[in-house]
Design a protein around this ligand. Structure first.
Ligand SMILES: *[C@@H]1O[C@H](CO)[C@@H](O)[C@H](O)[C@H]1NC(C)=O
Ligand SMILES: *[C@@H]1O[C@H](CO)[C@@H](O)[C@H](O)[C@H]1NC(C)=O
Ligand SMILES: *[C@@H]1O[C@H](CO)[C@@H](O)[C@H](O)[C@H]1NC(C)=O
Ligand SMILES: *[C@@H]1O[C@H](CO)[C@@H](O)[C@H](O)[C@H]1NC(C)=O
Length: 803
């Protein structure tokens, strides 16, 4: 990589403006609008960027590039009655109410000219749409006749009124400003045919009756012709219709133009981007991925068949335009400030706040409490600081969308400089990043990006480079928006709210559509499923008492539909032996007590012979159940609440899905709470424990899915591995595994006993594991320092860390 491109990166100048929706009653007065633009500066300097100062080609560095000028012209002398272009949309009676209406209400509104919809003879013209029912034309496919008759209609009625004519389908989206500025750079008095150039697919070679070097404009992304083309071709349309070689409407149109206007579709690689045909894998006939720079650079987008997606795309494009305009107002405010400085005039108050240049340096905290924490994320996961990085969660929702947008803008900035210098930068992925939002600064991002540099000329190997981007997205004016499709579902029961709100947002539209966690009908559907709780047990009578106590409170007292099966290993490996029998008796005695108290309760103790093996216990236990039983492989150290049982029922789906909750594992209460008993075990902070993202032992699964997976590997002895084995087997046999941090279940601390008989290495590992169960490293360090350095100040550490 050469120096200039590094510099281009270093001077990553970004002005991102975003509208934040604040649910607040107050409407900010104009003077308090918060606009700020910030850029990454090298060496902490926060002066205006050099390039900006010299006024060099920075106009809209980010969003508005060459078309800046055109846009300005368009805004200034809005020629709404413009006779620039006539767009004929081919549609059909059955699409008038949906596709055609969506097109009419979105992009068609800003066309500098006229848009009409061409349908079959007798089509409904009562709709508020400019529909032209073409005589002697039906809605059959392929629509050669409709296409040619539409062109004839355009010729007969409008030839002298418009400079350009365009033939499109009803599932297209057009960025009309781009279309206009592009066409204005061409001479419509000459015969020009534009569109995405095609020569036929591999399997059509030779069937399209095309000579080598002949092409056609593909119909989907739209075909534009100058008035001259239409003038020369139209008188021969009858002949073209009679002498067709194929059933392809676009191929025949191209042939007719070539024959009678003497031109064919322009050969230009760029047309593929301008007339964009979505070939993305998983293309479902509509445009899903909005944060795609391909969309943004295109003039036409095709196909976008579903009207909701059409409106969504339009709304997205309008949103981008709003932020472009915001960005430009900020630049103007800055310009005003700079001018008033040069002329020694007092700057106007209105310009001060929006025109100010902000940078990270201004935000440097002075004290510990000023330090605003960052959320850390990788390409896939978010580790929110509010919960001390726990539990990690999937990177999705608004943050994902915001990142997609930011990357798009960063890449546009990089490539804007690049084209002149003969290189292209491709985005590969985010390696990691930090993010925080705070008033009044806005949203800040630090991104570590993996990019790919390609030189456009000469033979050189593309280079992977890592670059940091420091971005600040300023707040703009308060924005209010009505959301209709959002449903908030509180998972917790009212009584369980102590553990803090865990709220899931359900969005019915858009690509962020998580599965539905719970709705009013789900209780009805899942309410009847009995949860069969299987608990392997070996010794540990005291812990079992605690378990049964919790079981009584959660299940028996409220008559939950559950069944408990305790799988009991005898201490002496032999149930028949005297001591083993006595041991076993204590457990059955305890269970009998509960039976006396709750005669209807379904609790059983099943002795299991042999040395302890969790897999074998669960294997033996599950053999008692029928295929459609819901099994919950539990552990005697766990406490759970009713809401967990609800999720167990809900997230395990017969024949489809198994639920592996991510469990919160408590630290030693003796260390952090100094032995005080906790009232509430469901407190999830870094001080109280950690989420075991790599534990797979606890699962809710239907028996039939277990059988299909091949059951447990009963050759595994002792604790461990049988869970991972089952997890893998379920995936392999096509059962979906669902994993989520579950706030309704908690693993109580129990001391790790390390056998000194172990070999040195494993003993050391065991001690390490024991230490990690005391408390988290940060707090252990704090405890140690408190003990060893009386005069030590905790703030000093954090301060050093931050600086
Ligand atoms: C446009 O093309 C026509 C016909 O070729 C030509 O006479 C005219 O000068 C051109 N106009 C411009 C501005 O180039
Ligand atoms: C203009 O800017 C310079 C340097 O940033 C500053 O020292 C000076 O006070 C400013 N003048 C006015 C009138 O604000
Ligand atoms: C249970 O399901 C398994 C796997 O689908 C099947 O082989 C077995 O026959 C079923 N058992 C009963 C009793 O239906
Ligand atoms: C760091 O600790 C020292 C005492 O060891 C204290 O005097 C000083 O103020 C502390 N610094 C900060 C920034 O808190």
């Amino acid at each position: 990589m050469e120096g200039s491109s590094i510099k281009a990166l270093a001077s990553l100048l970004l002005g991102l403006v975003v509208g934040f929706s604040l649910a607040s009653k107050c409407i900010m007065p104009r003077s308090r609008e918060m606009h700020k633009t910030v850029h990454r500066t090298s060496g902490g300097h926060c002066v205006f960027d050099k390039e900006e100062r010299t006024q060099k080609d920075i106009s809209g560095g980010l969003l508005l590039q060459p078309q800046d000028k055109e846009l300005l012209t368009a805004v200034n002398n809005v020629p709404r009655t413009s006779n620039f272009i006539f767009i004929g949309v081919m549609t059909a009676q059955k699409y008038l109410k949906n596709r055609a209406t969506a097109a009419h209400r979105t992009w068609a509104q800003t066309v500098p000219g006229r848009v009409q919809f061409f349908s079959s003879e007798g089509s409904d013209t009562s709709l508020p749409l400019p529909v032209v029912p073409l005589k002697n034309v039906d809605d059959s496919y392929p629509p050669q006749k409709k296409s040619f008759m539409m062109l004839k209609y355009m010729h007969d009625h409008y030839l002298d009124q418009y400079e350009w004519f365009m033939r499109v389908d009803d599932d297209i989206y057009i960025q009309t400003e781009r279309l206009e500025s592009f066409l204005r750079s061409l001479n419509s008095s000459r015969a020009v045919l534009l569109g995405q150039t095609g020569t036929g697919a591999q399997n059509e070679l030779g069937t399209l009756a095309l000579e080598p070097g002949e092409n056609f404009c593909m119909g989907g992304p739209g075909v534009v012709m100058s008035r001259e083309v239409l003038r020369q071709m139209a008188p021969h349309i009858g002949q073209c219709l009679r002498e067709m070689h194929t059933h392809h409407e676009d191929v025949e149109l191209g042939r007719c133009v070539r024959r009678f206007a003497g031109v064919q579709c322009v050969w230009s690689y760029e047309m593929q981007q301008l007339f964009y045909q979505n070939y993305e894998p998983g293309n479902k006939g509509f445009i899903q991925d909005l944060s795609n720079s391909k969309l943004y650079n295109a003039i036409t987008l095709h196909p976008n068949k579903s009207p909701p997606h059409q409106y969504r795309l339009h709304s997205y494009m309008l949103g981008r335009k709003i932020s472009e305009l915001h960005h430009r107002t900020i630049r103007l405010h800055r310009e005003i400030l700079r001018m008033s400085n040069l002329t020694n005039a007092e700057p106007c108050r209105e310009d001060l706040q929006p025109g100010a240049t902000a940078c990270f340096k201004d935000l440097r905290p002075r004290q510990r409490q000023d330090v605003r924490e960052w959320d850390f994320f990788t390409g896939a996961h978010l580790y929110p600081s509010a919960d001390w990085y726990q539990p990690r969660r999937a990177l999705c929702g608004p943050l994902k969308a915001a990142l997609d947008d930011i990357i798009l803008q960063v890449m546009e900035t990089l490539n804007a400089n690049g084209k002149a210098r003969d290189y292209v930068v491709d985005f590969k992925r985010i390696l990691y990043g930090y993010h925080r939002v705070e008033a009044p600064h806005g949203a800040e991002y630090i991104l570590d990006l993996l990019l790919l540099y390609r030189r456009l000329k000469g033979a050189s190997v593309p280079v992977h480079v890592r670059r940091h981007a420091y971005l600040l997205q300023a707040f703009s004016r308060t924005l209010f928006r009505e959301e209709s499709n959002i449903k908030f579902t509180q998972l917790e029961d009212k009584t369980d709210q102590v553990s803090g709100p865990i709220t899931y947002v359900h969005k019915s539209l858009g690509r962020l559509s998580p599965f539905r966690l719970s709705d009013s009908s789900s209780d009805f559907r899942h309410g009847l499923a009995t949860v069969n709780i299987l608990v392997p047990l070996s010794g540990r009578y005291e812990v079992f008492i605690r378990f049964m106590d919790n079981f009584e409170k959660v299940c028996l007292a409220s008559k939950q539909p559950v069944k408990l099966l305790v799988l009991l290993f005898s201490a002496e490996n032999d149930v028949e032996s005297e001591r083993g029998g006595a041991e076993c008796f204590r457990y059955t005695e305890l269970v009998s007590e509960y039976h006396r108290k709750y005669p209807w309760a379904d609790i059983a103790v099943q002795p299991v012979a042999g040395p302890f093996s969790r897999g074998r216990a669960l294997h033996v236990g599950s053999s008692h159940f029928s295929n459609n039983s819901l099994l919950f492989f539990c552990d005697v150290d766990l406490l759970f609440r009713a809401d967990f049982l609800k999720r167990c029922r809900h997230n395990a789906i017969l024949g489809e899905q198994a639920y592996f909750p991510v469990i919160f594992s408590q630290f030693d209460p003796k260390v952090m709470d100094r032995g005080r008993a906790r009232d509430n075990q469901y407190v999830f902070t870094t001080k109280t424990g950690l989420w075991r993202h790599h534990g797979f032992g606890i699962v809710c699964v239907y028996k039939v899915d277990l059988v299909r997976a091949g059951g447990f590997d009963i050759s595994i002895q002792g604790w461990g591995l049988e869970d991972v084995d089952l997890f893998n087997k379920l995936i392999r046999t096509g059962t979906r595994v669902f994993r989520s941090a579950d706030p309704g279940i908690v693993h109580m601390h129990h001391p790790v006993v390390c056998d000194p008989q172990l070999d040195a290495e494993r003993y050391k590992m065991c001690l390490g594991s024991r230490a990690s169960s005391y408390a988290d490293t940060l707090h252990l360090a704090q405890l140690w320092l408190e003990k060893n350095q009386q005069d030590f100040h905790w703030t000093n550490i954090t301060q050093t860390h931050v600086d």
